[in-house]
Every structure is written in structure tokens, then in C-alpha cells.
Design a protein around this ligand. Structure first.
Ligand SMILES: Cc1cc2nc3c(=O)[nH]c(=O)nc-3n(C[C@H](O)[C@H](O)[C@H](O)COP(=O)(O)O)c2cc1C
Length: 203
């Protein structure tokens, strides 16, 4: 289904913070992907993101004025786009779009982005596609991969060892509740994050 004026509700972007993989394009045409949280304040509230300094996503979004939110449940892609680069073959450029999308996203929305203040940017939906209509049932293993990733990014910033304990805690949930792809994601996280201590986060 293609919509010209996408309604965030149809894409599962609800009240609160929705985690997506954002795709952007650099001035020189290089596609980039990284997880971000889309903030929706109230059911009718407008959408915004906080983009912290230092990321390609922020730099590209400011330069191009565009960002795509990809709705995807591939835990390995979350890990690889946080701590590494996705292979060029992961991206697609739909007709007439400068901004890339993820080939395997079950849905995506192109937003125009405008800086409100500081790190806060407003998102205006422009165009969207829903490719898959299969429901996303809850899997604690998938959720635990996302929690581990968030703690790994915090550990990277602060080096506070409490984050290693939490990564260990969520890693145990992945081993019990996750599927093959979630277990692969945790293994990739420890490999890619590549900072001392993370590999020893106790399972
Ligand atoms: C689940 C999750 C949500 C995140 N949300 C945000 C966010 O809302 N804003 C942000 O600036 N960074 C966020 N991050 C951190 C970025 O994804 C991370 O800094 C990434 O390395 C940036 O990559 P890039 O330089 O390719 O853009 C999030 C990370 C994870 C794992």
C-alpha cells in the first residue's frame, strides 16, 4: 500500500517513543542507517526526534532536510546499524527519492525535518509505503536486544560498569526468549561494539 499523506497510526507509530531505523543520505550520496526514537506526544501530537551531535544521521538530516523511518524487526540490522555500517545492498532508492530506505523494512515513511530548537527536530510525513501487514507479536528476546543496544551505547559514552551488568541481564533474556536472529544479534553486538569489558558482560 502506498499513501501520499501517511498517517503515523497506520505505521504503528503511536503515543510515546517508537524505535525505528532511520535512513539518510549524505551530500556525496552515501546511504546511512542508525536507530532513532520517534517521539509522539499525545495521540494527535506532532512527531519529533532528538538527534544528538556527532552522528551521521544528524549531519545528513540537517544537510538534506529529509529522514526515512524504517519499521523493521530485524535485530541484527539494529545492532549493525548502531555500531557499524550496513552494506550498500541493504538500501533501496524508491522512484524519485533521494533518501534511501531499507529493502527489508515492512514499512517506511519519508519525513521532512525541521529544527525546532537544540537537538529537537520536527518531522512532517511526506510519503510512505506499507509492504507487509503481518502483525508484530511481542518477543521479549527482540525487546531485550534493543535494551542491550541502548545500554551498550550508554556504556560507550560513560564507561560506567553498571551498563555491562544490564547488558548481561538482557543477554540472558535473549538466550531464553529470543530466536536465532536475536541470539545472532547479541553475538554481533559483542563483536562490533569492540570496547573493553563488553565481551565480558556476564551472561
Ligand atoms: C534503540 C536505539 C535508539 C536510539 N535513539 C536515538 C535517538 O533518538 N537519537 C539519537 O541521536 N541517537 C539515538 N540512538 C543512538 C544512535 O543510533 C547511534 O549514536 C548511532 O551510532 C548513530 O549512527 P550514525 O553515525 O550512523 O548516524 C539510538 C540507539 C539505539 C540502539
Amino acid at each position: 500500500m502506498t499513501t501520499t499523506q501517511p498517517n503515523p497510526d497506520d505505521f504503528g507509530i503511536r503515543n510515546g517513543i517508537t524505535e525505528v531505523i532511520a535512513t539518510t543520505r549524505s551530500d556525496s550520496g552515501v546511504p546511512n542507517a542508525a536507530p532513532i526514537g520517534i517521539i509522539r506526544d499525545g495521540d494527535r501530537g506532532s512527531l519529533c526526534v532528538r538527534l544528538f551531535p556527532g552522528s551521521h544521521t544528524r549531519e545528513n538530516a540537517i544537510a538534506s532536510g529529509e529522514i526515512v523511518a524504517n519499521i523493521t524487526r530485524d535485530p541484527v540490522q539494529y545492532v549493525e546499524s548502531t555500531f557499524g555500517d550496513l552494506d550498500a545492498s541493504a538500501f533501496d532508492f524508491p522512484d524519485g527519492m533521494r533518501c534511501p530506505v531499507l529493502k527489508n523494512a515492512s514499512a517506511w515513511i519519508l519525513f521532512e525535518i525541521e529544527r525546532l530548537k537544540g537537538n529537537v527536530f520536527e518531522l512532517a510525513p511526506v510519503r510512505g509505503v506499507i509492504r507487509g501487514t503481518k502483525p508484530f507479536a511481542i518477543n521479549r528476546g527482540f525487546n531485550a536486544v534493543i535494551e542491550s543496544l541502548v545500554h551498550a551505547t550508554r556504556y560507550q559514552l560513560t564507561r560506567d560498569s553498571k551498563y555491562l551488568d544490564w547488558i548481561g541481564h538482557y543477554g540472558r533474556i535473549v538466550q531464553v526468549c529470543g530466536g536465532v536472529r536475536e541470539k545472532e544479534a547479541i553475538a554481533r553486538l559483542k563483536e562490533l561494539a569492540g570496547f573493553a569489558g563488553l565481551a565480558e558482560a556476564r551472561q
